[in-house]
Structures are given as C-alpha cells and as structure tokens.
Design a protein around this ligand. Structure first.
Ligand code: ADP
Ligand code: UDP
Length: 236
C-alpha cells in the first residue's frame, strides 16, 4: 500500500488516500487546539504519543470484540485505517462530572455520576459543536432510530471496556468523546481516535490530570503526562 493525495486536514490529523480504495493513511500532527481552535500551539512529540496511545487502545478494544477502523500502526505518527462514511456526530460519555457538564449544570467537578451519561454533539465547527437531543439527530437526518440505538449500545460497551482498561493502570476514566462511521458494507464501527486529547484521565491516587485539560487550562507541559499514559498502557 502506498500513500496518495491529501484527502482532509483537520486540527489534529491529516488523512491521505492510498492505493487501496477502502484504506486511508492518517498522520497524527503535533498541533494542539482548544476552544474550537481559539487556542492553538505546536507541541513536539504530541502526534506520536496520540498515535501510539490510540493504536494500543484500538488493539485492546479489538481483543475485547469491539471492532474499529484501525488496521495497523505504520510508524510513530501514522496509521492505516478503514475509510468509513462518518456520522456528523460526537458521542460523549461521562462517568464523572467535569468540563462543560459541570459548567452548564452546576455539578461539582469530580462528582461520580450514578450512571454513565451519554450525549450527542453535532460535529460542526461553525456552530461550535452544539449539544443535541436524539430527536435533533433524527430531524437533521444524522442517524436513523436503529442507528441511534446501535451507536448507544456500542458506546456503552466501549465505556465498560475502557473503564476496566484504565482502572488496571490506575487511571479514572472521567469522560471521553467517540466518533463512528459506516463501512462500505454498512457496518457501524468506532473511528477517529481515543487519546488524552479526547478523554479526561485522572490518576486514581492523586487525581492529577493526565489529559488535554492541562493544555486547555494552561497548567503545564502535556508531553510528560501523555508519555505517562502511554508507558502505563504499554505495561499492560
Ligand atoms: P477535526 O476535523 O475535528 O479538526 P482531526 O484533525 O482529528 O479533527 O481530523 C480527523 C478527521 O477525520 C475528523 O473529521 C474525523 O471525523 C475523520 N475521520 C476519522 N476516522 C475516519 C475514517 N476512518 N474515515 C474517514 N474519516 C475519518
Ligand atoms: N471532547 C473532544 N472533542 C471535542 C469536545 C469534547 O474530544 O470536540 C472530549 C473532551 O476531551 C472530554 C469530553 O469530550 O473528554 C467532554 O468534553 P466537554 O463537553 O466537557 O467539553 P470541553 O469543555 O472539554 O470542550
């Protein structure tokens, strides 16, 4: 397989076509953004850490019977992935109150939630990715009722697997964002990435943040923290 032309350049990754029609080449960039791109910095080493962390997590999920778009890691910063037709949705799961949930609903950050809360956001930078209801998903034609059910079921299954995975490495999975796509055969699969950019990960003993909140809130250098997450995952 060979790399072909650039298909899409986003905030964190570049997607390239390949010589195989159903396969894309993704390169993880060193760019960090927050607030829908309002804060933007180049951070050396971030791309390779997120690529390695995502690759490891997708492999672990596969071992648990959860398929994704991931085919294989190609290099420190690159992966081969299945090309899918993306749902214009971000699916967020919250196990612990934090971020926009705490702010919007006045719930203290760090409060355990009685059950995992699942939310849909419209993937649209111009609209700042607004929170939407199931009926909005239907009325906007973003997914059918059956697909919503499937997305929710898969998301809950992934949450269970990820909570267990992170608990083993002494990390509390506070919340995270998933994206899904449809393969050419019509199957819904997990896509995009799972990394400290897309999850809130707190050390179980110290509550220290091991994720992008450190960048969002200007609390320090994220690289040693992302490296810590990778090192712990590698030990599994
Ligand atoms: P953004 O678009 O938010 O700036 P990225 O820089 O991470 O984010 O861009 C990656 C893009 O690739 C996202 O729009 C994501 O929805 C899309 N994507 C992720 N996985 C796949 C896939 N398997 N096939 C096609 N597109 C994908
Ligand atoms: N998240 C993400 N991409 C987004 C929005 C959120 O990966 O565009 C992740 C974020 O890292 C956190 C979870 O989804 O783990 C919930 O984020 P929240 O709604 O609290 O948004 P924030 O205030 O962090 O933007």
């Amino acid at each position: 397989m060979e790399k072909r032309g650039l298909l899409y350049e986003g905030k964190a990754k570049q997607l390239f076509e390949t010589t195989e029609p159903d396969v894309l080449w993704v390169t993880y960039k060193n760019q960090a953004t927050a607030g829908n791109g309002a804060k933007k910095e180049t951070i050396a080493g971030k791309g390779q850490l997120n690529n390695q962390i995502t690759s490891l997590i997708f492999e672990k999920l596969k071992d648990k019977g959860i398929p994704s778009h991931f085919i294989k890691q190609l290099s420190d910063t690159d992966q081969a992935i299945k090309k899918v037709s993306m749902f214009d949705l971000e699916v967020v799961v919250r196990n612990v109150a934090a971020g926009s949930f705490s702010k919007r609903l006045g719930v203290e950050e760090g409060s355990d939630l009685p059950f995992p809360v699942l939310e849909f956001y419209l993937k649209n930078d111009d609209l700042n990715d607004p929170l939407i209801t199931d009926e909005h998903v239907l009325v906007l034609g973003l997914a059918s009722a059956d697909e919503i059910r499937d997305l929710k079921e898969k998301t809950r299954q992934i949450n269970d697997a990820l909570i267990n995975l992170f608990r083993k490495i002494n990390i509390r999975l506070v919340d995270f964002k998933l994206e899904f796509g449809k393969t050419s055969a019509g199957a819904i699969v997990l896509a995009d990435e799972i990394s400290p950019d897309t999850c809130r990960l707190w050390d179980l003993n110290t509550n220290n943040r091991l994720d992008k909140d450190v960048f969002r809130k200007d609390l320090g250098d994220i690289i040693p923290l992302y490296q810590e997450v990778l090192d712990r995952l590698t030990q599994l």
